[in-house]
Design a protein around this ligand. Structure first.
Ligand code: AHM
Ligand code: MG
Length: 326
């Protein structure tokens, strides 16, 4: 079986990028160990703090953030980092070549119930003259990412990664090594499975209402097939399912907080997941445009997300274009 480093070298991956990915994986292995110990390590439950986005932080959100931040800060390759749990970007090494944006523990509402969570990361080249703590340095469209991936902490601990040459998956063995378990993952072009938080239905825009209503009609509706639904409330787990057996995942804008484009964050959720999905042959849009073409304006900015099997994302886009044309 091929180890992560051997595999990346075979793909002629930039040696500095290999070093950075390995370093991030050592932090993620520590997060995985803490999650496994759970209540034994006293790491479940909430802190008294809120993050910049007004969300109460779980103890493990903070712990995962601290582990990643510490390791990245010590790495000579990292100029700066941005995290869901940090108000502002943090400068690391002045000579570092890369910027790393990450969500240390995505889906953290699932921690206390022992359901899958994950770390999502996006790697960018640092602009020539930045120190690493300027927001503008990070505000590059997703198309500029040099690598993106997630580590899923579930029944198995799995890394899904792309450096722009397809998507590959590695499973963490007992010996602490990631081994290649799926090469060149492809998202099936068609699907009969969708994922959306249905409890927000009354807040959605008309085209989303219409699209989901049509799916729910099954073989008697315009789509002519019966759909299944899943909602894990952990984007990492949903994207992993879609990379494995197809599907469509949606977290669209809704009018609960109308001034925000959605719940999910562009820089460390939308962009890295879009790169993985597109590299696996799927599509990822903000209902009207490719997410990776969106020009970011703020490090914590939100984005509407529709991603997954090509045919299904095309249909969602068409419903929106038809609504816009009327
Ligand atoms: P988080 O980064 O604070 O965990 O929030 C992101 C998560 C996603 O993983 C998931 O898709 C979504 O929030 C679930 O939202 P909801 O609580 O509406 O089901
Ligand atoms: Mg998140």
């Amino acid at each position: 079986m091929l180890r992560l480093t051997q595999f990346l070298k075979q793909y002629n991956t930039d040696t500095e990028l290999v070093e950075l990915i390995n370093l991030m994986m050592s932090a993620c292995k520590e997060v995985n160990a803490k999650l496994h110990d759970g209540a034994l390590a006293g790491v479940l439950g909430e802190t008294e703090q809120e993050n910049v986005q007004g969300e109460t932080q779980k103890k493990l959100d903070v712990l995962a953030n601290d582990l990643l931040k510490h390791d990245l800060d010590e790495c000579h390759l990292v100029r700066g980092l941005a995290s869901e749990e940090e108000d502002l970007p943090v400068a690391c090494n002045p000579d570092g070549r890369f910027l790393v944006a990450f969500d240390p523990l995505d889906g953290s509402s699932n921690i206390d119930i022992n359901v899958t969570v994950g770390t999502i990361f996006s790697i960018l080249e640092a602009p020539a003259d930045c120190h690493g703590d300027e927001e503008e340095a990070f505000l590059q469209p997703g198309d500029k990412q040099v690598a993106a991936g997630y580590v899923l902490y579930g029944p198995s601990c799995i890394l899904a990664i792309t450096t722009g040459k397809g998507v590959h998956m590695f499973t963490l063995g007992h010996n602490g090594e990631f081994y290649l378990t799926r090469e060149n993952v492809r998202v099936p072009e068609t699907t009969k499975e969708f994922a959306i938080n249905m409890s927000n239905q009354r807040f959605w825009e008309a085209p989303v209402q219409r699209y989901i209503a049509d799916l729910l009609q099954g073989e008697e509706g315009p789509r002519g097939k019966r759909y299944n639904m899943r909602w894990i409330a952990s984007m990492v787990a949903e994207v992993h399912r879609i990379l494995t057996r197809g599907g469509v995942f949606m977290y669209p804008w809704d009018n609960r907080e109308p001034h925000k484009p959605g719940k999910l964050r562009l820089m460390y959720e939308g962009n890295p997941m879009s790169m993985l999905i597109e590299q696996a042959g799927g599509r990822s849009i903000n209902t009207r445009q490719r997410i990776m073409e969106v020009q970011p304006t703020q490090i914590h900015q939100r984005v509407s997300v529709v991603l997954g099997s090509r045919e299904e994302v095309d249909v969602v886009q068409r419903y929106h274009e038809e609504a816009d044309a009327n």
